[in-house]
Write a protein that binds this ligand. Structure first.
Ligand code: NAD
Ligand code: UGA
Length: 470
């Protein structure tokens, strides 16, 4: 096909996606120089230190193997763009909080800024790759901005959405189910295919047109989130009828047409992308006049909000209709295990609702810092009514403590709420935890993680999602 090999890659955005994906490319392609740039000096310093800004099992080893050899982290954005033949855009695309589409549309201003900066400082020929998750047809805007660079530079635009999940990023990158590349120019597509083919079997590298690639990313997340909302909807019915949601999930998941994955009922899905990407899809459907389609997908989010809300309601109801001034141990604050990411974590919403009931919270998460917990709680109260009141600020200050261990959080507590499925919670000495708590000692397992029968036999009053514990 006559493609020229890529010698030099630049990635703009050193976040959860840019950092790990580029580390893997550098690790697997020693012949390519990879520079990850970001405006955030603190983040870049962390990537250059022994304490990476992203916690992912196995990531330290990958970064250590390539950093300084052919993997570099820098704030010199212009220099990195100029030196690169291929530029990835992996900046954040949060839900818009202002103007048209606020609360739904994706805010693509950071992507546009990158495109303008690339247009301004580039020379020669560049392949620009959208790595961020974007609304369908964003590549058109990126192309127009690049085409207007009047310094003789030529550009090709590709879409290469990322499918890694946090907590398993290294494994997902090492052995992806598929890599998706959308574009118009076969030469540009093949150039990127050749990069991934250093370690991904070619039959797993799918190529499509630009719009299919952009839309496939939103669709994949919508389908995954839909499965979680579907099983969570059934969990409410299980609680009402005496069925057991884990048994139902197994029974349906063994049907090979349905499959077993993403059927774990929980306190609700979180993470930076599921909600954002579905809202983005809903907004796109509305934009194209597809009201019924928009409503269909919006229901996935409504069900998730319901699941988070009813978890707290059930806690209050079970604890004799009041949690005011009772101490509740919150186990887990990250949106899933094996990550330090708390974005849209269900724990944030459950904690907010418990605080509104005047509960006292002792929070423990093995990877989330005290500062992050406070930042998230202040932010969620601010969002709830547009501003945080002095009373709410005082409530957070006086009613929230962060503990150094699960046992410490449970000491002197009336209840434990398991909100993240960290493995370490399965290995604790529950006998001594029970001795340190008020009676009845309640456990609300928002992840159906623990051995409920055993806990019941010890004397805990156990409540789980979508099942009755006898
Ligand atoms: P992030 O917020 O962790 O990182 C984005 C980084 O981009 C930040 O460090 C920010 O400082 C930097 N940035 C923003 N504008 C910049 C600019 N003009 N120049 C230089 N740096 C700039 O975000 P993320 O979680 O890595 O997500 C990035 C994109 O990837 C999003 O579109 C997201 O939807 C998508 N995605 C995320 C995941 C995930 O697991 N987090 C998975 C797949 C796809
Ligand atoms: C998700 C997708 O799985 C990735 O493919 C995608 O690249 C990424 O979004 C993205 O675009 O950002 P991630 O959010 O990191 O990855 O993690 P998931 O494993 O998908 O979990 C999302 C949420 O759903 C978590 O809160 C998790 O606890 C919850 N979940 C997941 C359940 O409650 N039950 C399940 O069965 C599965």
């Amino acid at each position: 096909m006559g493609t020229l090999p890529v010698m030099n890659i630049c990635c703009i955005g050193a976040g959860y996606v840019g950092g790990p994906t580029m580390a893997m490319i550098a690790y697997k392609c020693p012949d390519i120089q990879v520079t990850v740039v970001d405006l955030n000096q603190k983040r870049i310093d962390a990537w250059n230190s022994d304490h990476l800004p992203v916690y992912e099992p196995g990531l330290d080893d990958v970064v250590r193997a390539a950093r300084g050899r052919n993997l570099h982290f820098s704030t010199e954005v212009n220099a990195a763009i100029q030196a690169a033949d291929m530029i990835f855009i992996a900046v954040n695309t949060p839900t818009k909080t202002f103007g048209t589409g606020a609360g739904r549309a994706a805010n693509v201003e950071f992507v546009e800024k990158c495109a303008r900066q690339i247009a301004e400082v580039s020379t020669g020929h560049k392949i620009v790759v959208e790595k961020s998750t974007l609304p369908v047809r964003t590549a058109e805007a990126v192309k127009r901005i690049l085409e207007n660079a009047n310094n003789g530079t030529t550009f090709e635009v590709l879409s290469n959405p990322e499918f890694l999940a946090e907590g398993t990023a290294v494994q997902d990158l090492l052995s992806p189910d598929r890599v998706l590349i959308g574009g118009e120019s076969q030469t540009a597509i093949q150039t990127l295919v050749d990069v991934y083919a250093h370690w991904v079997p070619r039959e797993r590298i799918l190529t499509t047109n630009l719009w299919s690639s952009e839309l496939s990313k939103l669709t994949a997340n919508a389908f995954l989130a839909q499965r979680v909302s579907s099983i969570n909807a059934i969990s409410a019915l299980c609680e009402a009828t005496g069925a057991d949601v884990d048994e139902v999930a197994k029974a349906i998941g063994t049907d090979s047409r349905i499959g077993p994955k993403f059927l774990k009922s929980s306190v609700g899905f979180g993470g930076s992308c599921f909600q954002k990407d579905i809202l983005n899809l809903v907004y796109l459907c509305e934009h194209f006049g597809l009201r019924e389609v928009a409503e269909y997908w919006e229901q996935v989010i409504k069900m998730n909000d319901y699941q988070k809300r009813r978890f707290c309601e059930r806690m209050v109801r079970t604890m004799f209709n009041t949690v005011s001034n009772k101490q509740i141990a919150i186990w887990g604050f990250a949106f899933k295990k094996d990550t330090n990411d708390t974005r849209e974590s269900a724990a944030i919403y459950v904690c907010r609702d418990l605080l509104q009931e005047r509960a006292r919270l002792k929070i423990y998460d093995p990877q989330v810092s005290e500062e992050q917990v406070h930042r998230d709680l202040i932010e969620v109260f601010s969002h709830t009514h547009g501003t945080i009141t002095d009373q709410e600020r005082a409530l957070i200050k006086e009613h929230v403590r962060v503990a150094a261990s699960a046992e410490e959080a449970a000491q002197g507590a009336h209840a434990i709420a398991v909100l993240t499925e960290w493995d370490e919670f399965k290995r604790l000495n529950y006998d001594s935890i029970l001795q340190s708590m008020y009676r009845p000692a309640f456990i609300f397992d928002g992840r159906n993680l623990l051995d409920h029968r055993h806990l019941s036999s010890l004397g805990f009053d156990v409540h789980a999602i979508g099942k009755k514990i006898s």
